[in-house]
Ligand binder design. Structure first.
Ligand code: NAP
Ligand code: HSE
Length: 433
């Protein structure tokens, strides 16, 4: 048997403790698959005394996680602390300086500091594996970087945040309250340390930026992702969307266009007949569209300790087998800067929820603005009758440039009879009409 691969884990929270447990429980299986034993030799976390439900035994403890990078008994640094700043970046940088292999689940760091990471990689004989950073247990990084390596990728899109999908599914199926479901997602270990990253679409936007970088061979650029979260979605939106034949999903879309790369992460209405409408709970689903392969779909658990540990340990096995690949599937200096497309030129149809005073002329005023902005209506729905009182009105549009729709919504929001900020969502039919 070959020499053991020595692992140092920084971070023993939801993911780190699951990784530790998996490595212990499947030690024999992993050692036969990797053709060498895989052993945790050192760990680090903030609080040494915390009960994590794991037995550390003789494993060395470092108060400072960056010390793992200099530890002679660590071949692979597994970074599971999170955050783009501070200890996580310092640890990864030091490990690469020491020509070590790094395995991480840290999407924030890769999406926000991908350029710096590539610069470090240029000078290192080490490498970074990051399957767990996108879509939890789904092997989408392997899928894009290896399985689809022969294709020009036209688009990557899907559901990339387990917490949001869990919240939207529960709100839709049980009518439960947003904050109550968020608490449950936190208890199940789906949410980020700061759950606003989840519900504001930031975490999923980080993942989309990484997928776009990999798919299109460019440095991940989160600043070019149009990001909206799910806080404004009300039971009323869910109810009306259902009535119109749609479900609401937080959807990420990265698309190569003639004018550059479009990246958006926002709640969208998807037809109930589409497979993505039926992705429920903390599941994620990712489509990739390649010029030779066509569309492929991968679906599975997108968050939580065990599925994420599955992805982290798959990377560790690759390292043990000596099979590591460049970050974006090409040499670090071949990654280009991302050229963003102007998203306001994107064409789409829209769902607009208004709360208006039930009085004569309101719909006429709204229609006049839409007409002046060249937006054509497909349907108008109003439920109930309460003269002089606020009532919901739902409009759906035909296909229109996003910029025209946004201009119209801005003007509609200023009408005296519109008593709440309008809520606009894209209807995404994935090119199927
Ligand atoms: P978590 O439960 O909050 O755990 C974070 C761990 O890092 C804790 O053990 C914490 O120590 C330790 N830590 C934080 N800052 C530290 C520092 N400066 N020095 C030493 N230790 C430090 O987070 P998590 O959910 O496991 O997530 C870890 C990473 O995986 C993040 O990048 C996250 O985005 C990513 N991820 C998470 C999931 C998921 O479903 N949870 C899925 C995919 C990817 P203490 O325990 O002592 O406080
Ligand atoms: N907070 C993330 C989610 C964890 O809910 O999807 C997985 O990356």
């Amino acid at each position: 048997m070959n020499a053991p691969l020595k692992i140092g884990i920084a971070g023993l929270g939801t993911v780190g403790s699951s990784v530790f447990r998996l490595l212990e429980e499947h030690a024999a299986l992993l050692s036969s698959r990797a053709q060498r034993p895989v052993a945790v030799t050192a760990v680090s976390a903030r609080n040494k005394g915390k009960d994590r439900g794991i037995h550390l035994g003789n494993v060395k403890w470092h108060d400072n996680p960056v010390a793992l990078a200099d530890d002679k008994d660590v071949d692979v640094v597994v970074e599971l602390m999170g955050g783009a700043e501070g200890a996580a970046f310092d640890l990864i940088a030091r490990a690469l300086e020491n020509n070590k292999q790094v395995v991480t689940a840290n999407k924030a760091l890769l999406a926000l500091r991908g350029g710096e990471v590539l610069a470090l990689l240029k000078k290192s004989r080490g490498g970074i594996s990051y399957e767990a950073a996108v879509a939890g247990g789904i092997p989408i990084i392997k899928g894009l970087r290896e399985g689809l390596a022969a294709n020009k990728i036209r688009a990557v899109y899907g559901i990339l945040n387990g917490t949001c999908n869990f919240i939207l599914s529960e709100m839709s199926s049980t009518g439960r309250d947003f904050s109550d479901v968020l608490k449950e997602a936190q208890a199940k270990g789906y949410a980020e340390a700061d759950p606003s990253f989840d519900v504001d679409g930031i975490d999923a936007g980080h993942k989309l930026a990484i997928l776009a970088g990999l798919a299109f061979g460019c440095v991940p650029d989160f600043s070019a992702v149009q990001t909206k979260g799910i806080r404004n979605i009300t039971p009323l939106d869910i109810e009306f969307a259902e009535e119109l034949g749609y479900r609401i999903k937080l959807l990420g879309i990265a698309r190569q266009t003639e004018k550059g790369i479009e990246q958006s992460m926002e709640p969208c209405l998807v037809p109930k007949s589409s497979p993505i409408a039926h992705v429920e709970g903390a599941l994620n689903a990712v489509y990739a569209d390649g010029d030779y392969v066509g569309k492929i779909l991968m679906m599975g658990a997108g968050a939580g300790g065990k599925p994420t540990a599955s992805a982290v340990v798959a990377d560790i096995i690759d390292v043990a087998r000596g099979r590591t690949l460049p970050l974006l599937g090409l040499a670090p200096d071949q990654a280009s800067a991302l050229k963003p497309a102007n998203i306001s030129e994107r064409i789409g149809s829209y769902f607009l929820r208004l709360i208006v005073l039930d009085q004569p002329g309101v719909i006429a005023d709204v229609s006049a603005i839409l007409r002046d902005c060249h937006v054509s209506l497909e349907s108008v729905l109003q439920r109930g009758r309460s003269p002089g009182q606020p009532v919901p009105v739902i409009l759906t549009s035909h296909e229109t440039p996003e910029g025209d729709m946004l201009k119209a919504v801005g003007l509609i929001g200023k009408l005296k009879s519109v008593v709440e900020p309008p809520h606009l969502m894209r209807i995404e039919t994935f090119g199927s009409g």
